[in-house]
Design a protein around this ligand. Structure first.
Ligand SMILES: NC(=O)c1ccc[n+]([C@@H]2O[C@H](COP(=O)([O-])OP(=O)(O)OC[C@H]3O[C@@H](n4cnc5c(N)ncnc54)[C@H](O)[C@@H]3O)[C@@H](O)[C@H]2O)c1
Length: 425
């Protein structure tokens, strides 16, 4: 068993930093970092006490040197995953790769092939799989309580302000620089449906569009920028003033998502970012093109059906709901509570996941912490099976998402050939 692991962070933005903190907290050392932005690079280097000679402004500089760590966390933007993933795998690093794997099926397949060929430990950050909530849901399904799953309904409530932040004004707003919504955001959901059911999807269809956040919906009196807009206080749900300054989304603290829009977290700093930057744009005046609502219908090999809804238009961001309708019982979860009903006995049970110890301490319902712990164990024991989001299973969810997107665009029903496309080559 290898101990005292060294981890390198590629991209010290929001996610790279979150992982660096969790790996650091778990007792591994952050031995190297690549990050072009000076502020992010300096603050991460200081927080994790990284040797100056192991700090780089581009991952390529690091990749050109002999290995500086046992593993890399690749947390660059969606369209910058493939190159570093292939290169660090080639160099013999273990790899923890942020989702989505990549914005095209071909790139995802090439990463999967490279990961398998390398023999390195490899996982995609499908953090939902590592949460106490989804683990409990899976345990209940696998216990047979609901019998055979006949129907599964899953919804992702993105939340009105979260959609505005990330998918209208922010990094994932346009498919010229980011993956489509079903991949960028909902690859988690495609993956979790496959995880929960343990079945293979054979047909998929999808509908959805960008219906609301468009120029024609801009109120006549909008100024186009929130800081000068007469509607910005109390009249517009998407007002950047309300979201970033008046704490509608913030619950009183200037953490995420305000730290995404500026490095200066003073009131003046935030105001300046809203006056000058993209996050102060009217939501009806952006260059966004990703969908704000989408449905996906799936049929599985055994006849089971599943429906998925992603929508921006909910009050609560970041929460998912799943209903499992089986031959013997029913299970419903809302990310916090799970209720079960046994049809034969009529017995009902309630599980409160919010009582799980340490759950509120870290991101994504405990999933960030869960994947870091399992990744460390997998690398220490050189045992890929300790990770549930390895190359092939992660590829499967991505290919399902790409097929759904093809259906949405073409109006087709897509057949999923056996997804055994990840070969050693
Ligand atoms: N697992 C999840 O639930 C989850 C949640 C949010 C985001 N993500 C994904 O994580 C990834 C990162 O998202 P983020 O919000 O941290 O973005 P971010 O923009 O905050 O961070 C990306 C960082 O990569 C850096 N970078 C750019 N070029 C680089 C280079 N050549 N070498 C090294 N670093 C470089 C950027 O400067 C930036 O700091 C995205 O793919 C995103 O979709 C996953």
């Amino acid at each position: 068993m290898k101990k005292n692991l060294k981890i390198a962070i590629i991209g010290a933005g929001c996610r790279g930093n979150a992982y660096a903190s969790l790996f650091h907290k778990a007792g591994t050392s952050i031995s190297a970092m690549a990050e072009p932005r000076l502020f992010q690079r300096n603050s991460a280097a200081q927080s994790f006490n990284i040797d100056k000679t192991h700090i780089f402004s581009d991952w390529r500089e690091m990749a050109s040197l002999p290995k500086l760590a046992d593993a890399v966390v690749i947390a660059t933007q969606d369209n910058m995953h493939t190159e570093p993933a292939l290169e660090f795998l080639r160099k013999g690093y273990h790899v923890l790769l942020e989702k989505p794997m990549a914005p095209s099926p071909e790139e995802c397949i090439s990463i999967c092939n490279a990961a398998k060929k390398s023999g390195s430990i490899f996982a995609v950050c499908h953090v939902l799989r590592y949460t106490p909530y989804f683990r409990k849901l899976k345990e209940l399904i696998d216990s047979g309580l609901a019998g055979e799953i006949i129907t599964l309904r899953h919804i992702e409530r993105v939340g009105y302000w979260h959609q505005a932040h990330a998918f209208v004004r922010g990094n994932w707003r346009n498919t010229s620089s980011a993956a489509p919504m079903i991949i960028a955001k909902s690859c988690h959901d495609m993956d979790i449906i496959l995880y929960l059911t343990g079945k293979k999807c054979r047909r998929v269809s999808s509908f959805g569009s960008l219906m609301h956040f468009k120029r024609e919906n801009m109120p006549a009196s909008s100024s186009g920028r929130c800081m000068s807009c007469p509607l910005a206080e109390g009249q517009c749900p998407y007002s950047a003033k309300e979201i970033y300054l008046n704490s509608r989304a913030l619950k009183g603290k200037f953490g995420w998502p305000v730290d995404i829009i500026t490095n200066d977290l003073s009131i003046e700093g935030v105001k300046k970012a809203l006056l000058d930057g993209p996050y102060g744009n009217c939501v009806y005046n952006c260059d966004n093109n990703v969908v704000d609502h989408q449905v996906v219908n799936m049929e599985f090999d055994n006849g089971m059906t599943s429906s998925f809804t992603m929508t921006a238009f909910t009050p609560d961001g970041l929460s998912r709901e799943t209903e499992i309708m089986g031959s013997k019982g029913y299970i419903k979860g809302d990310s916090n509570l799970i209720t079960t009903v046994d049809f034969a006995s009529g017995k009902k049970q309630l599980f409160d996941i919010t009582r799980t110890e340490g759950l509120l301490d870290d991101g994504h319902g405990g999933g960030d912490n869960g994947i870091v712990k399992d990744f460390i164990s997998a690398v220490e024991n050189e045992d890929q099976s300790m990770l549930s989001s390895g190359p092939e299973i992660s590829l499967e969810g991505h290919l399902l998402g790409f097929a759904a997107e093809k259906s949405r665009i073409n109006g087709s029903v897509e057949q999923l050939a056996s997804l055994n496309v990840c070969h050693q080559s």
